[in-house]
Design a binder for this molecule. Sequence first.
Ligand SMILES: Cc1cc2nc3c(=O)[nH]c(=O)nc-3n(C[C@H](O)[C@H](O)[C@H](O)COP(=O)(O)OP(=O)(O)OC[C@H]3O[C@@H](n4cnc5c(N)ncnc54)[C@H](O)[C@@H]3O)c2cc1C
Length: 345
Amino acid sequence: MSLRIVIVGAGAIGCLTALELVRRGHHVILVDKGPVGQESSWAGGGILFPLLPWKYGEKVNRLALAGAQIYASLCETLRRETGIDPEYRVSGMRVFPDFGGMVALEWCRTHGMAAEMREDALWLPQVAQVRNPRLMQALCARVLQCGVELVERCELLPLGSSDGSVAVWAARDGRRFEADHYLVTAGAWSNLLLGPHAMGSRIRPIRGQMLLYRLAPGALGCILYQDDFYLIPRADGHILAGSTVEDAGFDKSTTSQAAAALHQKAVLLFPALAHAEIIKHWSGLRPGSPDNVPIIGRHPAFDNLWLNAGHFRYGVTMAPASAMLIADLIEGAFPAGCGDYTFPI
Ligand SMILES: Cc1cc2nc3c(=O)[nH]c(=O)nc-3n(C[C@H](O)[C@H](O)[C@H](O)COP(=O)(O)OP(=O)(O)OC[C@H]3O[C@@H](n4cnc5c(N)ncnc54)[C@H](O)[C@@H]3O)c2cc1C
């Protein structure tokens, strides 16, 4: 049966969920308060890997590894069909101590992840990346191509009181959206949208600041990681340095202290950046969640309200797998492991 589904929030999670639902024959209306993909999904680094996965639980890693596996074919489709290249590259990642030593190697072995010690660093050759702004441009073009009804610059208001099911969702400009199902994919803003119905959801904004440099293409060949700091080289010579993890509410400003601290770490990790100009400094709001575990499931108080949010530090990586999971649930299936992401009461 074809359903009419309103999705609130057009970041990576909302766009990929919209694509999955239209692929299954549903009518999707994707609403965003801004243009598509200008928040966390734009601001992120695009590493398709949960940095030090051996430090996370299986709930995080299962979604992240499943999502990462989909990216090569997803990006090829996006490039071919939209003409916009998300720059998917298997660049590999060098992880410097202290990363967990034998625990890390053992985790890689049991999860089929290639890994070897090279000098003092752990080399993970399969780690891939995408270029976030390009990914989001391509997703925007693709959702339109695939027949998603896209409504940009339309802020939905917090859900008012309803009785057992949502009948309509109102926007600040007076528009009203009616559907069979409503899905919140509003990242850091998800709890605001749920209003008095947030219940046990503890999704909240966690700011991340990032610096951008530019060196000659190929000056840095792979991602470097040490002590919760990374450098990500793009194919054209841009290098991203990030990121901070700050509890600053919905404040997206950048600070000179963060820039100085990030620059210092960047130079320590890759001295060639000592005299490179910082060409951009930005921040984004991650959808923070306890233990980095997103909520993917039905709201306990409404039979037609769903959440796919709270992916915190790995939402881009998790997005394709998370989209499939929520689509299965909306269609009434209960895939293995879905109980791990239920809405906390
Ligand atoms: C600095 C930084 C580095 C990161 N690095 C990585 C990385 O390397 N790898 C990785 O996998 N992840 C990374 N992340 C995390 C990742 O970016 C997020 O987990 C992911 O983007 C979340 O996607 P989302 O679609 O849920 O949220 P968002 O992209 O924030 O999208 C939410 C959307 O909801 C919309 N919205 C909000 N309120 C309303 C409303 N009232 N009405 C209508 N629309 C609304 C917003 O406008 C927005 O477009 C990073 C994040 C940051 C900030």
